[in-house]
Design a protein around this ligand. Structure first.
Ligand code: COI
Length: 353
């Protein structure tokens, strides 16, 4: 793919101090257009800036949109690494297929990320636990209010230097088990990374926030019983020295971090059960002192320990609201590989060149 470069006149000032998450955007963005019959065309890296859109643009009405979340990491010797970018490329293809959107070839997706991050190299922060968050997204641009697949799309990649996703940092978060709203059911879009899934989750998140909780834990949409995922991450629990996480069967996001952690755990000889875990069994395990640890996994959230669950008003504390030993070991191993401080024995990192 040939990528045109349009230089901006003045570069932005880089943020100083706490980066937070998703507040500052870099100088450039990658843009690729699509038109039915013509395919993808006009790949370009242009100054980050406003888009001019038609008010009838279909994504604004029917939410035909998908996105990805990735990070670029600066190593001690100033190399820039991506983490398993082909998994994001393939997942976006699956999301696009579900939303009736054209699929970007894996190589073009990776080249778009590589080329943009290369241009924005100076924006990849140096501080401990910081990285450049990369947000590829694609949306329907055709003007029209009839419901049908759009004939035109834009694929854009933007980047922002980030610290931790949660204000708690790598400290335990409090999770509210949602039993009123549902996120996904089989046959829906639960496995796809599309904006609509997140739009539908905000009311529950707001409800939880008002009660003092950082995120919600979603239960399955049919029985409202089986543990699925947390708002911005997959979730794992350690019970009787075995790990439990929801299976990938259509309602849960197939997380890149989730997959990596399962690999590492199996490599360490720890049993991972990808099964539907009943919330009642989870709460019972907590009451009996058998629930040893809980943590979320995600690109933005990394490995985020869970310190408290609230289900129907019953509150249980996990590991005395402290980061568990396994959670910490997983965090150190994963981030060690991502930042190039540990041997990449699984061949997961990709150097930006
Ligand atoms: C990510 O972890 O990259 C995500 O996309 C979650 C996001 C909604 C913050």
């Amino acid at each position: 793919m040939e990528v045109k470069f349009v230089k901006r006149e003045e570069l932005k000032e880089k943020p100083k101090g706490e980066l937070g998450f998703g507040k500052y955007f870099t100088d450039y963005m990658f843009v690729l257009d699509y038109e039915e019959g013509k395919g993808f065309y006009d790949a370009r890296i242009v100054p980050y800036g406003d888009l001019v859109v038609d008010p009838a643009m279909m994504v604004l009405h029917y939410a035909q949109e998908t996105f990805e979340g990735m990070k670029a990491y600066r190593t001690k010797d100033d190399k820039i690494l991506l983490f398993r970018p082909e998994m994001n490329a393939k997942r976006m293809q699956k999301s696009n297929e579900r939303l009736c959107m054209p699929e970007i070839p894996v190589n073009d997706f990776i080249q778009a990320i590589n080329d943009l991050v290369k241009v924005e190299e100076d924006w990849v922060p140096k501080g401990e636990g910081t990285s450049l968050y990369i947000r590829p997204f694609m949306f329907a641009t055709e003007a029209g209010v009839g419901v049908h697949p759009s004939r035109t799309y834009k694929f854009i990649v933007i980047c922002c230097p980030v610290g931790s996703y949660y204000p708690e940092g790598v400290n335990p978060v409090k999770i509210y088990v949602e039993d009123e709203f549902v996120r996904a059911t089989r046959g829906g879009t639960g496995f796809a990374k599309c904006g609509g899934n997140y739009a539908g989750s905000i009311a529950a998140q707001e409800k939880a926030a008002k009660l003092g909780y950082t995120q919600v834990l979603w239960l399955d949409g049919v029985h409202r019983r089986y543990v699925e995922e947390v708002g911005t991450m997959n979730v794992m629990f350690v019970i009787d020295n075995e790990v439990y996480t929801a299976p990938i069967d259509g309602t849960v996001l197939p997380g890149v971090t989730r997959d990596s952690i399962i690999h590492i755990l199996k490599d360490w000889g720890i049993k991972v059960n990808e099964v539907a875990l009943d919330i009642n069994d989870l709460m019972q395990a907590a009451r009996e002192g058998r629930l040893q640890e809980g943590f979320g996994t995600g690109t933005a959230a990394v490995i985020s320990p869970i310190g408290e669950l609230n289900y129907k008003g019953e509150i249980v504390t996990i590991n005395n609201f402290k980061t568990g030993e396994l959670t910490k070991r997983l965090y150190d191993t994963l981030t060690g590989i991502q930042w190039g401080n540990l041997e990449d024995k699984y061949n997961w990192t990709y150097e930006v060149k």
